[in-house]
Design a protein around this ligand. Structure first.
Ligand code: 3HC
Ligand code: NAI
Length: 694
């Protein structure tokens, strides 16, 4: 039974039990509707308390039902029944009250939430809008501005914030049920007006609020349908009667539910849930990690320390000498201070994290660590020296991880006597912010070490993606192709601003040239030198990028790269130096103009093709893993479902067609792409490991 009823004197306790997250399946909706009827018909019952078994309150509509026609009873009707009964219901919330779950709670007369619970309407992140009254009831409870903020961001808020905003009546430290009982009894004396019968507040300062929000959405979320539809639904709530506004929101929800973007976002949701789970490790428990070490407190090391501290892991930083140690400690300190200043971290939490952190210049101080992550210079000899030292001082079963971007972890591991305890953990910059973690096992890595690394990724609240060993792993290997293609477009007549604008219009937060200027051109330049020396000329091709580095134009940090920058201004300005550099390398026939679509249709198929090679070589296990890498490491628009999902939507024929006539032999369609196209299959067919072989 997904819903059970228990009489408690004059109260009915309605218990939902629909594991794993009490999603609103058809059976649950029916169960709730039946419960309303039972409560109503029992003369001894004056009120009801709704609570859930398991780890969470109702976490929303059942996403798995979205692909098929909606079956009655429909959620808005269930909520209307709860709200319309003469006997008040009170929601006792623990875990997450999300989407339809929060909408059910809004149909109740009162809400009590356990302190650690989270409440939100994340529908826009799934390409839909709240479809069961969220846009019409929430503003009536907490005001239009706050409701708009919650619905457009899709971000849940914690119980205390929810109380401060008026979304919940009471926050409890432990079980919310006893307080919910008390509240239900008291509300049965003087039932409040249901939200649907209260007036809807408009925005306090009407001047330009809606237009401003729309302009921001168009600028920031270019191409996304759901946030704009949610804004429209909210605006109608402010101006139309409840039932009419409800109808508008419901129609928009139903239309969006079957949209291409919603399907893409559901795909991302599902592959994210699977991230880091590996059926071959099902019987291998991860090792407990109780303390960590990080070697190298530069850009990456400091971010990694911050991420470990955030997960509550005592962490010690090892640096070369006192001066570099002081710099490393400072970098970590600045990350924590910054989070406090921006209001993202409570000062006492920052203090607690500082208490977990220490630094040393003596490798022997790492002896007690369960896991040590190396983030020193990208130089094989330096890394091997560090690994040799760690191998001598660490306990026998400690794990040593490398954060290398391009080097072969197998070569680093040969400096140790324990290659089975070595693994690659490739974080992305800034490491305490970026969600992606590429997990790179060596052939020798023991299964428990891999299981531990994947579990650590989850503990750090990252998206761990297992990758095989190759130059650049999954992400940087595709990035290299993106940059090559972008650079070749310049040589054929496009400008950096045109390429960047086209990729932003596609949905990337930044274009490839502005992104390089932000991160610095030097790391990739050094990597290309290494590749050229190891006879990989195609992969090291970047004549313009190399020329800029030779001129000392390394990006924003040197005042110029692909663009010029004025002192104290991060806004890119077209650079006459770059124009000259490009013009000198263009051939007479290559001076043509490109539309945004042409630019996208050059870059995206080239990236997809590399994705196919990566799949065929078994570097990525599924197309979905490549999608996760691109979304969480490189800003590929989530609402397009990720690189490989998008390829299916474009049509593999079209992808192949964009590649076949390219003069550059390195862009010849991958045999796997050829095969799938010939067989009329899609990548979705490959979304279960192991990857197909070429
Ligand atoms: N529907 C169906 N299945 C769901 C689900 C949902 N709404 N939410 C989670 N699940 C499934 C997951 O796919 C996963 O399945 P698996 O075990 O087979 O892989 C399982 O439940 C557990 O999920 P998590 O691993 O994510 O568990 P966590 O404890 O880490 O997180 C959570 C729990 C915070 C509830 C998280 O799952 C989540 O954010 N879920 C999505 C919530 C959401 O977006 N709700 C809104 C839906 S849209 C809606 O309600 C429309 C309405 O307005 C009409
Ligand atoms: P960085 O130059 O900012 O920091 C390196 C740090 O290592 C310095 O503080 C240095 O003093 C320290 N160090 C060097 N040798 C040491 C030794 N023997 N013992 C202790 N400390 C030592 O470099 P960054 O950018 O942090 O990169 C570190 C690693 O992370 C490299 O392997 C790099 O490829 C990788 N990486 C870098 C990314 C980036 O965007 N910067 C992204 C992902 C990975």
């Amino acid at each position: 039974m997904v819903v059970t009823l228990t009489r408690d004197g004059d109260l009915m306790v309605v218990t939902v039990d629909n594991p794993p997250v009490n999603a609103l399946s058809q059976a649950l909706r029916q169960g709730l509707l039946d419960a309303v009827a039972t409560v109503e018909s029992d003369p001894k019952v004056r009120a009801a308390v709704l609570h859930c078994a398991g780890r969470t309150f109702i976490a929303g509509a059942d996403i798995r039902e979205f692909g098929s026609p909606s079956q009655p009873p429909h959620l808005p009707d269930v909520i209307a029944a709860i709200e319309g009964t003469g006997k008040p219901w009170v929601a006792a919330i623990h875990g997450s009250a999300l989407g339809g779950g929060l909408e059910v709670a809004l149909g109740c007369a009162g809400r009590v939430a356990r302190a650690e619970s989270r409440l939100g309407l994340p529908e826009v992140t799934l390409g839909v809008i709240p479809g069961a009254g969220g846009t019409v009831r929430l503003p009536r409870l907490i005001g239009m501005e706050t409701a708009t903020e919650m619905i457009l961001s899709g971000k849940p808020i914690d119980a205390e914030r929810a109380r401060a905003k008026g979304l919940v009546d009471l926050v409890t430290e432990g079980d919310p049920l006893p307080s919910a009982r008390t509240l239900a009894r008291s509300l049965s004396e003087t039932p409040p007006h249901p939200l649907s019968r209260r007036p809807c507040p408009d925005v306090e300062d009407g001047s330009g609020f809606w237009e401003g929000r729309e302009a921001t959405l168009n600028a920031k979320g270019a191409g996304q349908e759901a946030p704009l539809a949610a804004l429209k639904a909210l605006r109608s709530a402010a101006t139309r009667p409840f039932d009419e506004a409800m109808g508008i929101a419901r129609s928009a929800f139903l239309a969006l539910r079957d949209s291409t973007q919603a399907k893409a976002l559901r795909h991302v949701f599902l592959v994210e849930r699977g991230a880091g789970s590996d059926p071959t490790l099902a019987d291998i428990p991860p090792r407990p990690i109780e303390s960590c070490g990080v070697v190298g407190g530069g850009t990456m090391g400091a971010g990694i320390v911050a991420a470990l501290l955030e997960a509550g892991l005592p962490t010690r930083l090892l640096e070369r000498d006192e001066a570099t140690l002081a710099q490393g400690l400072n970098r970590v300190g600045r990350i924590l201070d910054g989070a406090v200043t921006k209001g993202r971290l409570a000062p006492e939490l920052a203090e607690a994290r500082r208490a977990l952190f220490s630094g040393t210049t003596d490798a022997r101080d790492m002896a007690d660590r369960d896991l040590v992550i190396e983030a020193v210079f990208e130089d094989l000899d330096v890394k091997r020296t560090v690994f040799r030292t760690l191998d001598k001082v660490l306990k026998a079963d400690a794990i040593i991880a490398t954060n290398t971007s391009y080097l072969d972890p197998r070569e680093i591991a040969t400096a140790t006597t324990r290659p089975d305890r070595v693994i690659g953990l490739h974080f992305f910059s800034p490491a305490h912010v970026m969600k992606l973690l590429e997990v790179v096992p060596l052939p020798e890595t023991a299964p428990d070490v891999l299981a531990t690394a994947l579990a650590l990724g989850k503990r750090l609240r990252k998206i761990p993606v297992r990758t095989g060993i190759c130059d650049g792993f999954i992400g940087n290997r595709i990035l290299r192709i993106l940059r090559r293609e972008a650079e070749s477009l310049l040589l054929e007549g496009a400008t950096p601003s045109q390429v960047d604008a086209a990729m932003r219009a596609f949905g990337f937060p930044m274009g490839p040239f502005e992104a390089q200027d932000l991160g610095g051109l030097d790391i990739a330049h050094l990597d290309r030198r290494r590749l050229a020396a190891s006879c990989a000329p195609a992969a090291s091709w970047a004549p313009l990028g190399d020329a800029l580095c030779d001129l000392g134009r390394l990006g924003q940090k040197t005042g110029g790269g692909w663009y010029d920058y004025r002192q104290g201004d991060r806004h890119p300005h077209p650079s006459p130096t770059v124009e000259e550099l490009v013009a000198a390398r263009r051939t007479a026939t290559s001076d043509r103009t490109f539309s945004a679509e042409e630019i996208q249709n050059r870059i995206i198929p080239a990236m997809v093709n590399e994705g196919f090679h990566i799949l065929a070589e078994g570097i990525a296990r599924t197309p979905g893993d490549i999608d996760l890498v691109e979304i969480h490491g490189y800003g590929f628009p989530r609402w397009r479902g990720g690189l490989m999902y998008h390829a299916d939507q474009m049509g593999l024929d079209r992808i192949r067609g964009a590649l076949v006539n390219r003069a550059d032999p390195s862009l010849a369609p991958s045999p796997l792409l050829d095969r799938l196209t010939k067989e009329g299959r899609t990548l979705a067919d490959l979304n279960a490991p192991p990857a197909a072989a070429e």
